[in-house]
Design a protein around this ligand. Sequence first.
Ligand SMILES: [Zn+2]
Length: 270
Amino acid sequence: MKCEFHRKEAEHCESHIIPKFAYKWMKKTGSGRFRQLGKFNSPIQDGIKKYMLCKDCEGKFSKYEKWFNEKVFKPYINDCNFVVKNERELKYFIVSVLWKVLKLFKDDGNNYNFKTDLNNAEIEWGNYLLNDEPITKYKNLHLVLVDSNYWIEQKSDLYFSRSIDIEIAESDKLCFIYAKFSRFILIGEIIGFSENSFQNTNITIENEFRSTNQIINESGIIQFFMDRVNNTKEYDDLSVKQKENNAKYYKNKLESLRETDYMKLQNKYK
Ligand SMILES: [Zn+2]
């Protein structure tokens, strides 16, 4: 089999799309009941794995995952005021995760509106990761830091601070690659964004990242967030009986999410 990254014959090994440390953190800190969203509905304990890369390439990626875990993930999880410095390793890590998400979904049989752009982004990001070639077209890549204090309320912790989510998100005019784990959101613009869609999040522009000054001005993204928050319950893998027992609880919870967090997000982004 050909390694999907360096495109040469090699034995594949299992790749985590979202790094293992994110799952470990969730297991250690949470109830363990959260489920994968999007096209997957498997327990998060397993992570999302795919035979995609050879051992060498997986090893290369995991070097940057380790870097991110030590230099960004742990410090920020411990303190939301931690300022993330933009370093070479950060960009590599972000592009590698987005590339894996893109690769995972792009050729899975879905008819994406922007398939040509997705193909082009895959090539451009791949050439950067493999040969250190500059990213010129699909260069708007965002690191969004979720702040537990004011960005969201406790009630939407369910989605914004805990769940793991990956997707190629599309509407008729917007397309982006999305990866979320713990309090980190990665977004790779594919098409349809305006210049002020994001503030203080772009890894091609910013020198550092802090949760307190980041802004998303794109209503398509806000709507996407809200859909995901709502989906968190749809994908919750309770038995039918449990669902009946919990129906009222979840209904109330959903209502309160809609009332509080939606408004809160809207307000912040206005
Ligand atoms: Zn390889």
